[in-house]
Design a binder for this molecule. Sequence first.
Ligand SMILES: *Cc1c(COP(=O)(O)O)cnc(C)c1O
Length: 472
Amino acid sequence: MKTVSKADLYRKLPSVDELVRRPALASLVSQEGQIAVTDAARAVLESLRKEISLGSLDADRVDLALSGLDSAVERQCRRALRYSLRSVINATGVILHTNLGRAPLPDSALEHIRKTAGAYSNLEFDVESGERGKRDAHMQRLFSKLLSDDVQVGPPVSTIVVNNNAAAVLLALNTLAEGGEVIVSRGELVEIGGSFRIPEIMSKANVLLREVGTTNRTRIRDYERAITEKTRLLLRVHRSNFEISGFTEQPKLEELVRLARERNIPLMEDLGSGALFDLHSIGMSGEPTVLDSLRAGVEVVTYSGDKLLGGPQAGLLSGRGDLVARMRANSLFRALRVDKLTYAALEATLMAYVKADYDSIPTLRLMRLSKEEVGRRAESVAEKVQSRQVSVEVVDGESVIGGGAAPSAAVPTRLLAVACAGMSPDKLAGRLRAFDPPIIARVEEGRVLLDLRTVFPQQDEIIVQALAQIAA
Ligand SMILES: *Cc1c(COP(=O)(O)O)cnc(C)c1O
């Protein structure tokens, strides 16, 4: 190895200007613009200079780096211009994964967003009269269709939309109970991920929390005894992410409804997930639908748009018309209101329910996939990537509904169990995440598990390619 001074090495580097003007980078400049390419060239040269100064590059390695300079600039440029928010392949088998964006939207929702949000719309405009309209009017028609009761026991139900379910609970508590007391069972004082805690929401809503019962047992008498002239609301909260088992007791919903009616106090239920589709039909129990609650006599129900409903992030408040009207009149409603993108996505999702086109709603479609179908796709992936380096086995397992659906709700599935010689499961999972798009897997009991239930069929081939590349 000949010794060359650092000064000589620096001299070998082109200037930023020279580099950007190279014909090889002309098409990159025309695609991404002069500024972005100049920034990338500067970053690449800077890092080379730094390596030279640290003495980590000899003359040969500098020559090698110089020969790949154009493509290094292109890679750097593309990396810098990549969106931070991007799509990933969810191979975890958790259908409603809050960290991965919960419900993927139906195509019809994306189309409706594109058509209405890429142009002006009648968001708050009554086309017929030419006068100002209300943005929530767009949802009313579909919600009343989906939540109208054939037997129509109570007054008509209306629905309003806010930013998320946490906002819906805040708005409802503040509207119905400000300055007064709200009775909740100790067994339901939940914290949902991301610091949504019922006691904290209560104090922000300026209501006093009146806890009754114990963690594992609350009886209707506990509620009864706690009612005073300050009581404004009885609240029931769905235990979304935990179960209490063993020596437990909670009053039946009918008992709460009866008590609320006797004392003329509204009963509200924070359902969390709030299914519009009867999940019994696909073998899931313990997840009441919004209509079940309303039929049972709950007067206000709050639920998320992007959990079991399968639509955009939103908080929905459905209930007795006069109570919902008070919430609409609360100035908090204005602060928590949603934009046209959400209304468009929600309207299209609700339309799919009205048409009973459940397979067009990804969340429902993924839940309804049979274990056999997931298994067939897994076998086909496994066949394509067997190699000496990578072993792929197809095994039984469970997919998880997630997103605060009944915590025990799991769906039988078939999993790809992948191992790679000389690579730890965590390392292998990291390699999968480094792909574009990143592939997110589960690591369990020393194995990397991929559940194709939450992978869209057109993404199977990407998984094949990723595994083949790791094997090579
Ligand atoms: C998920 C959940 C919430 C919070 O809903 P967001 O839409 O995420 O704000 C509140 N309550 C319950 C019971 C939940 O399951």
